[in-house]
Ligand binder design. Structure first.
Ligand SMILES: [Zn+2]
Ligand SMILES: [Zn+2]
Length: 473
């Protein structure tokens, strides 16, 4: 395991041939870390005043203590309190969908990453504001990251829940006119996470963070797959860093459920490290693959129908054993079986694809088409692609065989952590599950196991088998 605090500010001349920079200057995940904030801020920023951004709940959870620590050290600090109460810290906020499982649902009244919240922060800025403090989980960090990038005022991230891997991220999923788009933001100058605060976070948020970490198992497989098959850039240092962080998080799932400080610390470090790994390679490849595409698909479908949203990490956690099943079904096939599939492959015409996307995405079809059509192969090249995969199959199998996780074991890990682990926990039935497997790959251009299954013409069969299996579990 890499020591996360040692990684901060490092410049790494890497074996992958690139030079990696960790632009975050200070990373700390400790008990009592809030007390170190004034010293860290004095070292990193000079003069001016601080603007602390929180909501009612995160202010109670950590903001008040941070404010007190800063003002005790004579640091001039203003508060921007975002309205609309989010989840309540320290309480078990939502009814569980099933005994022993934390609720996968996001509270409907949570603060949105939208124009309104951004303006609230902008209005609270003073001419001498020299740094921002984001006190909260995903949303507040997203908002502050956006404001920081547009104003050039640096920020410190003070996570209040180990719920997402976006703390070290540089992009912002922004809701504008009701549509979600990803816009550039900037990284925090420091991340200071107090495990005393994190251990008190709502169980649904801790479970969601664990689900997002579990997702790295298949994200890493997709990365390796694309590297072996198509030579996509893979940094082994980042890959190993991510892998060891995941293994550490997964080593004590019941410690997560019991909120043991060591387990919660490992989870938070793993989530931060995911962000650092993305920063090292310059994209989200180390942390996001087909399990995330499935989660995005569900998000779009739920939003379209105006349904309640599960937490991002809950969706990712549930999708991960499903993707592991896809891997398992493929990896169980030998060279001859894959060759037979490639020989029988029937090309898909662009009009058929367009129709499939129109049927699956409805009003969002044009946007999806614009995103994904660049990677569709012309009909005459599709057969060659299938044959190429058949030729490469022994190498792919050898590279992946030992790391394809058992889907049942992943479910068990999630269940032990008290996290949602089955499609039915978020009301996804067999038919939607099959639709998800068939269409999730259209959301992004990134190569994943779902596109591989499509490239050799077995995605339809695999998705229908998995959907049927899900019914009988
Ligand atoms: Zn994620
Ligand atoms: Zn590298």
């Amino acid at each position: 395991m890499y020591d996360i605090s040692d990684l901060a500010g490092r410049s790494i001349e890497c074996d992958c041939g690139r030079r990696h920079e960790v632009l975050i200057k200070h990373i700390e995940v400790e008990s009592g870390a809030i007390n170190h904030i004034p010293d860290v801020c004095r070292k990193l920023f000079t003069g001016g005043s601080a603007l602390l951004v929180a909501d009612d709940n995160t202010y109670k959870a950590a903001g008040a203590k941070v404010y007190e620590a800063l003002t005790n050290h004579s640091l001039d600090t203003d508060i921007c309190m975002l309205k609309r109460p989010s989840v309540e810290y320290g309480a078990d906020e939502m009814p569980a969908s099933q005994p022993g499982i934390a609720s996968p649902w996001e509270p409907a009244d949570a603060i949105a990453t939208d124009e309104r919240s951004i303006v609230r922060i902008m209005v609270a800025l003073k001419p001498d504001t020299s740094f921002l403090l984001a006190i909260g989980s995903g949303t507040i960090n997203d908002l502050v990251r956006f404001v920081s990038s547009r104003t050039g005022i640096p920020y410190v991230s003070i996570p209040t829940a180990p719920s997402v891997d976006g703390y070290a991220s540089t992009v912002v999923p922004l809701l504008m006119d009701g549509f979600k788009r990803t816009v550039p933001g900037t990284h925090p100058t420091a991340i200071i996470a107090d495990t005393d605060v994190l251990c008190n976070a709502p169980s649904s948020m801790i479970a969601a963070g664990f689900g997002d970490m579990v997702g790295k198992l298949t994200a890493l497989l997709d990365w390796k797959l694309s590297h072996v098959l198509d030579g996509e850039y893979l940094c082994q240092t980042s890959f190993d860093m991510m892998n060891s962080a995941v293994q550490k998080c997964l080593s004590d799932p019941s410690g997560i459920r019991q909120r043991k400080p060591d387990a919660i610390k490992a989870l938070m470090e793993g989530l931060i490290l995911s962000g650092v790994a993305m920063m090292l390679v310059g994209n989200s490849r180390p942390a996001s693959g087909s399990e995330h595409h499935m989660a995005h698909y569900w998000e779009m479908m739920f939003a379209q129908k105006g349904l309640e949203q599960p937490y991002h990490g809950a969706k990712v956690g549930i999708a991960t054993p499903v993707i592991a099943s896809v891997y398992k079904k493929l990896i169980d096939m030998d060279e001859t079986q894959i060759k037979a599939l490639a020989d029988a492959y029937t090309p898909i015409s662009p009009s058929t694809r367009r129709q499939r996307i129109a049927d699956a995405f409805g009003p969002l079809a044009d946007e999806v088409m614009a995103e994904s059509s660049s990677v569709w192969l012309p009909e005459d090249e599709q057969k060659q692609r299938a044959q190429h995969i058949a030729q490469m199959w022994p190498a792919i199998r050898e590279a992946l065989l030992s790391s394809v996780p058992n889907p049942g074991e992943i479910k068990h890990l999630l269940a032990s952590a008290g996290a949602a682990h089955s499609a039915e926990h978020i009301n996804v039935d067999a038919s939607l599950l099959q639709q998800t497997l068939l269409n999730a790959m259209y959301i992004r251009t990134r190569y994943t196991v779902l596109r591989l299954a499509d490239d050799i013409g077995c995605l339809q069969d695999i998705s229908s088998i998995i959907a049927k299996e899900a019914l009988h579990q």
